[in-house]
Design a protein around this ligand. Structure first.
Ligand code: SAH
Length: 274
């Protein structure tokens, strides 16, 4: 009888504590993938959706919100983007904070804009389209080649907390790292260097996005892609029309490519071309 009572008290304790335990999990910033898996188990028990259990730092900004809403209605939803998480990400990230002073008025137009050093911030529609092409799930590990203004990676950081981005132009890389600090995008890992070779120490990646055009898809990036992974990249020479391309690696490692849209991107440069 006594043993039964103890068991009853113990079960009741676990029952009442479970919501608190999973709540403390859900507000914690989770840098490790193993935590993620633990979270997923807790999640199934609680019958919550995956997004509910995985929470991470996503800063929020009211400034110029109406302009963002108008851009998303007309240039994102209006042009055929349907992924609700991508749409929400585009509503949240304050594009004007990634743009130089002299272009502030155009910040919410659906066009690319100069960011210095002969580089550009991509057109919002293309940012959303590439994010949608990657089919990012919370928990995916994503590598971006071409940090540029930092805007695209900020949008991706709304979709999963594991974002790695590489920029070859040092002052741009430094500026973005400082900006992320200031704005509170604390989950994004930045690096300065030639992204052609990927980020070996952090590989493999579930998704890889290249925001500069290459003649062909760099082999190191294909090698660093997980089975079941996706690469989104503009392919083509600067003097030709480039094609926004999706490469899919299936679970057996077989590759398949899809041509999505003709585009115009700045070139993927190399630090020490042979
Ligand atoms: N994603 C960016 C787009 C920037 S344009 C944004 O949202 O603003 C492409 C960027 O790719 C440029 O900043 C350019 O300097 C960078 N880039 C070009 N070649 C690169 C390489 N080999 N490795 C890393 N970055 C590269």
């Amino acid at each position: 009888m006594n043993r039964f009572n103890n068991l009853f008290i113990f079960s009741a304790l676990i029952f009442f504590l479970t919501p608190f335990l999973s709540f403390s999990n859900s507000v914690e910033l989770i840098p490790q993938r193993s935590h993620l898996q633990e979270n997923n188990i807790a999640l199934q028990l609680n019958e919550l959706s995956e997004t509910d259990s995985l929470a991470w730092d996503r800063p929020r900004f009211d400034e110029r919100k109406q302009e963002r809403e108008y851009l998303v209605q007309t240039g994102i939803i209006g042009q055929g983007i349907t992924d609700p998480n991508v749409i929400e990400a585009m509503l949240q990230v304050p594009r004007h904070r990634f743009i130089p002073k002299e272009y502030q008025r155009q910040a919410y137009q659906n066009t690319p804009l100069p960011i210095g050093y002969d580089q550009t911030i991509s057109q919002p529609y293309i940012v959303a389209l590439m994010a949608e092409m990657l089919e990012i799930k919370p928990g995916d590990k994503v590598l971006e080649i071409g940090t540029g203004s930092g805007y695209h990676a900020a949008v991706l950081s709304e979709l999963t907390p594991y974002i790695y981005t590489i920029e070859i132009v040092e002052p741009l890389g430094i500026r973005v790292a400082e900006l992320y600090n200031e704005l509170g995008y604390s989950t994004i890992k930045t690096r300065i260097g030639d992204g052609y070779n990927g980020w070996e120490e952090q590989a493999p990646f579930d998704k890889i996005i290249v925001t500069a055009a290459a003649d062909k898809i760099p082999q190191p990036l294909i090698d660093q892609l997980s089975p079941g992974g996706i690469i989104a990249i503009p392919v083509g020479r600067q003097d030709q029309t480039q094609v926004l391309t999706r490469l899919i690696k299936d679970e057996n490692g077989n590759l398949r490519t899809e041509r999505v849209l003709p585009v115009r991107f700045v070139p993927l440069t190399r630090s020490n071309k042979e």
